[in-house]
Design a protein around this ligand. Structure first.
Ligand code: C2E
Ligand code: CA
Ligand code: CA
Ligand code: CA
Length: 279
């Protein structure tokens, strides 16, 4: 049930039929992971056109498990979500990302914003807005340097409540990104009302952008839609120069992917894309 994939972390997929016993062990271990300091955030840069400057970073959770190695979030986030443990985990992530942001600012490093992923349960938690306000105050951070990423599906679940929470966060000055866009079912009417600042095109549409005309057409319309709604359009999973060029021609605003920079530890963050590119 274990293999070290190309990301260098151990990966459990539900299809691998991980035994219930192992899942229970993972859950028990996860409860202790926070206090044992086994969780770590990696940061992936996002670069903005036209000059590919660092627009911000996305915080991505990893778990350094004492026996199983470095675990991908896909192998424990769903379990954390089902068990409710995601609330404590999510608080740790927000706290750590803001602590790191404060450290970057104190070092004089220009990281304009940090993005944190919110799970559906976290997003619907009544303590979310207060917690966000509190963590920003404690680390003396401008709300505008925090972006919260919620998936299209999460935002759609209870449309009216979501709008209310998003309004409160936006009023505070926090930025909102709609993640994995194109994989959910949001209506254009709803999207129009969402106080979001960023639209992230799911990697699934970027992968075959160059060879699949349907994907190319979908991406073109998402970029156009984003522009119409005045949203910053971010492409995730950009792996090739060809994909980047294609996206640039479409007018995509921000690029995230292995081509430009993989998720790395805070100290390893590059200021410019790894891949030197003609402007
Ligand atoms: P996501 O929010 O869509 O994050 C992007 C994922 O794509 C990350 O996987 C990232 O490492 C990966 N990625 C980035 N560029 C490329 C690329 O060019 N090619 C490929 N093949 N992959 C790329 P990761 O870090 O394994 O995270 C997976 C998912 O786990 C995330 O998807 C997000 O939904 C969730 N997640 C990660 N951290 C957190 C967290 O702190 N809280 C919550 N609730 N969810 C998290
Ligand atoms: Ca995300
Ligand atoms: Ca995403
Ligand atoms: Ca995705």
């Amino acid at each position: 049930t274990k293999d070290n994939g190309r990301n260098g972390y151990t990966f459990f997929a539900p299809s691998m039929n991980v035994s219930a016993h192992k899942q229970l062990k993972v859950l028990t271990d996860l409860r202790r992971a926070i206090e044992r300091n086994e969780l770590v955030l990696h940061y992936q840069p996002k670069f903005a056109a036209p000059d590919y400057h660092l627009a911000g970073v996305e915080a991505l959770l990893r778990w350094q498990h004492p026996e199983l190695g470095l675990l991908s979030p896909a192998s424990f986030i769903p379990l954390a979500e089902r068990s409710g443990l995601i609330i404590a985990l999510g608080e740790w992530v927000l706290e750590e990302a803001c602590r790191q942001m404060r450290a970057w600012q104190d070092e004089g490093r220009a990281v304009p914003s940090v993005a944190v992923n919110l799970s559906p349960l976290q997003f619907s938690s009544p303590t979310l807005v207060g917690m966000v306000r509190d963590v920003l105050v404690r680390h003396r951070l401008e709300a505008s340097c925090l972006t919260l990423e919620i998936t299209e599906t999460t935002a759609m679940r209870d449309a009216e409540t979501s709008l209310d929470i998003l309004d409160q966060l936006t009023l505070m000055g926090v930025h909102i990104a709609i993640d994995d866009f194109g994989t959910g079912y949001s209506s254009l009417l709803y999207l129009k009302r969402l106080p979001a600042t960023e639209l992230k095109i799911d990697r699934a549409f970027i992968r075959e952008l160059e060879s699949n005309p349907e994907d190319a057409a979908i991406v073109a319309s998402i970029v156009a839609l984003g522009k119409t709604l005045n949203l910053r359009v971010v492409a995730e999973g950009v792996e090739t120069a060809g994909q980047r060029e294609h996206l640039r021609r479409l007018g995509c605003d921000v690029y995230q992917g292995y081509l430009l920079g993989r998720p790395v530890e805070a100290g390893q963050l590059a200021r410019t894309p790894l891949d030197a590119m003609p402007l």
